[in-house]
Ligand binder design. Structure first.
Ligand SMILES: C[S@@+](CC[C@H](N)C(=O)[O-])C[C@H]1O[C@@H](n2cnc3c(N)ncnc32)[C@H](O)[C@@H]1O
Length: 153
């Protein structure tokens, strides 16, 4: 049974299937999702619906028209913002997550700009084998959400 939870935010996602997959993850694990627009697709996209299946209808998805609007909203509601990025400062298993944390994932094509990086309270990385560039965003998000929930729930 899930008692406490975290949130998952996607920064201007490009690929409908990844967002649909994560909507399904959020629906199943009780993790609300914040979609920071503009996105490279609309959530009426059939690829989003196909990846999210019927679970997407059960997902709690808050849409934010810009990063600035999202950032104001999360600060006003007392959420810490924790960026997942390949060069994040702390190994994700060494980071102490708190209930209410928002895990922010970057755009598939470009991650996040430095201004977004700087707005975050902390950043974490999943260690990779030398010479590999990055994980798929949905898989990276699933690993971070799994670790955060293990700690807080
Ligand atoms: C395809 S990656 C973007 C890669 C790279 N930052 C870039 O600009 O090309 C998309 C997102 O997945 C997440 N991600 C991928 N690999 C990760 C890792 N090893 N640790 C933490 N997050 C990761 C990050 O949120 C990243 O912004």
């Amino acid at each position: 049974m899930i008692r406490e939870t975290v949130r998952l935010a996607l920064y201007q996602p490009d690929i409908a299937q990844n967002t649909g997959t994560l909507a399904r993850l959020g629906a199943c694990l009780g993790v609300p999702m914040d979609l920071i627009e503009p996105a490279g697709f609309d959530i009426s996209d059939r690829n989003f619906k196909r990846a999210g299946m019927d679970y997407a209808d059960r997902a709690i998805i808050e849409r934010h028209i810009s990063f600035e609007a999202f950032n104001e909203w999360r600060k006003a509601n007392g959420h810490r913002l924790i960026l997942g990025e390949t060069d994040g400062a702390t190994r994700y298993t060494d980071f102490v997550f708190q209930p209410g944390d928002i895990l922010l994932m970057g755009r598939e094509s470009a991650g996040v700009p430095s201004s977004v990086y700087e707005a975050c309270e902390a950043s974490v990385h999943i260690p990779q084998v030398d010479g590999t560039r990055s994980l798929n965003v949905a898989l990276a998000a699933a690993m971070l959400v799994g670790e955060a929930l293990r700690q807080v729930s």
